[in-house]
Design a protein around this ligand. Structure first.
Ligand SMILES: NC(=O)c1ccc[n+]([C@@H]2O[C@H](COP(=O)([O-])OP(=O)(O)OC[C@H]3O[C@@H](n4cnc5c(N)ncnc54)[C@H](OP(=O)(O)O)[C@@H]3O)[C@@H](O)[C@H]2O)c1
Length: 324
């Protein structure tokens, strides 16, 4: 089977594709024949050796996978070969076959596409966990989403709207903002051409926003923090700009505000049952048609580098997937 591998830290074009032996499932594991694999900005950081949690090389980039079970290991009774599942592999998803622990698997309901199943995973669970559990977003509150047309950002727009918030989406182009509007954003700010602080003030007056969802960091964090309402919650999700901002703590004091970290990897490791419940809830919403994860493009395995370059160059909207 073919797998994309990161052997040396570097840009996407330094990835190699190699023929590898088919993996054998161990106890409580299955082998999934991959139909769609999640890729995200975090993979760009991971292959460059810049992710906060560094992996041992060689490794395949990519997150969770959706596909069909090819083989089951000892002790596996709940799943059988041929079952359509989504799960988190022991290694990255950009490969034709991946080993996944049974504990990470959920069934893909009839009628849900492999690409959509994979797109509704960690991007949505990150945003649901962030807004509901960490940010305690309430109906009628104002939610500001930075990087709003990206993988986690668009999920936050869609979920924030479903939770009854007034959603202000921020992105760098009109095309990206139009997508946010289709996913429920009430107000739009182009933070590339406009002044973020002035625009938030125009939309919220002196009150400001209750919750900030920030997956980008960099130069946008300071004006967003200064635009918060009394008692606001600033959700630290990621740093797609590549710059970890430094926030003056007096702002938190003056606004009675909380700066709240969000890390879905930490939740997966420390509270797997909670993480599992979030994923079940999201899959049920996808099946019911309440959520419509946006898969804007699918790339074959040998174009994984192009997919990661598109993420790196801010060319992606919603989710993109690899389809081995
Ligand atoms: N905390 C967690 O548990 C968690 C979970 C998932 C992801 N993350 C992190 O969240 C961040 C976003 O992930 P994602 O999957 O949503 O990525 P994505 O799909 O690539 O979206 C990132 C967004 O950031 C904006 N951006 C601003 N400056 C950028 C730059 N210099 N390069 C690239 N994008 C830039 C882009 O929108 P504009 O062009 O409109 O600005 C883009 O839509 C990443 O840092 C990732 O590691 C964290």
């Amino acid at each position: 089977m073919r797998a994309v591998l990161c052997r040396e830290w570097g840009p996407p074009e330094s990835l190699v594709i190699e023929e590898r032996p088919s993996p054998e499932p161990g106890k409580d594991e299955v082998v999934i024949s991959v139909k769609a694999a999640n890729v995200s900005f975090a993979n760009v950081l991971a292959i460059a050796g810049k992710h906060q949690k560094q992996q041992e090389r060689p490794f395949s980039p990519g997150g969770e996978v959706a596909g069909v079970i090819k083989a089951v290991g000892e002790g596996v009774s709940a799943f059988k070969p041929g079952d359509a599942v989504v799960g988190l592999g022991k290694q990255g998803g950009c490969a034709e076959e991946v080993i996944a622990p049974v504990a990470s698997l959920r069934r893909i309901p009839a009628g849900v596409d492999f690409k959509v199943a994979v797109a509704s995973g960690s991007s949505y669970s990150t945003s649901l966990y962030a807004l509901r559990e960490r940010g305690r977003l309430q109906p009628g509150e104002t939610l500001l989403v930075l990087g709003a047309s990206g993988g986690v950002g668009l999920a936050a727009v869609e979920l924030g709207k479903l939770m009854g918030a007034r959603v202000i989406a921020c992105a760098s182009t009109q095309e990206k903002l139009d997508l946010c509007q289709r996913y429920g954003a009430d107000e739009l700010i182009n933070y590339q051409t406009g002044n973020l602080r002035d625009e938030i003030k125009r939309l919220t007056g002196d009150r400001g926003v209750d919750v900030v969802y920030d997956p980008v960091g960099g130069q946008y964090a300071d004006p967003a923090m200064r635009s918060m309402a009394w008692g606001g919650r600033y959700l630290v999700v990621g740093f797609a700009t590549g710059e970890i901002p430094k926030i003056p703590l007096n702002l938190a004091l003056l606004k009675g505000a909380s700066i709240v970290g969000v890390w879905i990897g930490g939740l997966q490791a420390r509270a797997p049952a909670t993480n599992s419940r979030l994923l079940d809830e999201l899959m049920a919403m996808v099946q019911a048609g309440t959520l419509r994860p946006c898969v804007s493009a699918a790339y074959p395995l040998d174009r994984t580098a192009d997919a990661l370059n598109d993420l790196k160059n801010r060319k992606v909207t919603g989710k993109i997937v690899i389809t081995p």
